[in-house]
Write a protein that binds this ligand. Sequence first.
Ligand code: FES
Length: 120
Amino acid sequence: MKPSKNITWVKLADSIEQIPFNENGLAEIEVKGKKICLANHHNNLMACTSKCPHAGGALSQGYLDALGNIVCPIHRYKFNMLTGRNVSGEGYYLKIFSIEIREDAVFIGLEENKMFNWLK
Ligand code: FES
């Protein structure tokens, strides 16, 4: 039996409008001292680590393609922000996070064990 994931929900903002997205619908924020990239694709909010798993490109400086995949600004590898899959086929995996938009605020879900190891 797999252990269940222990998710901690951290408030990001009171609403989507408060998140400082750039003209490409991307923003870099800090949560628990670490940087995370947020993407707003037609009001669908997605989140991933801020650095590209290939060579550390700043994903918030990239852009979203028509399908909502994030494209790294350095070598243009593409990642599905719902699965983390490297859809341009280079075999990398992007760490993604759950986002919940509740009535009163926007939250990000951090997996406690894995996440807090990653945050160190
Ligand atoms: S650093 Fe992102 S694709 Fe190379």
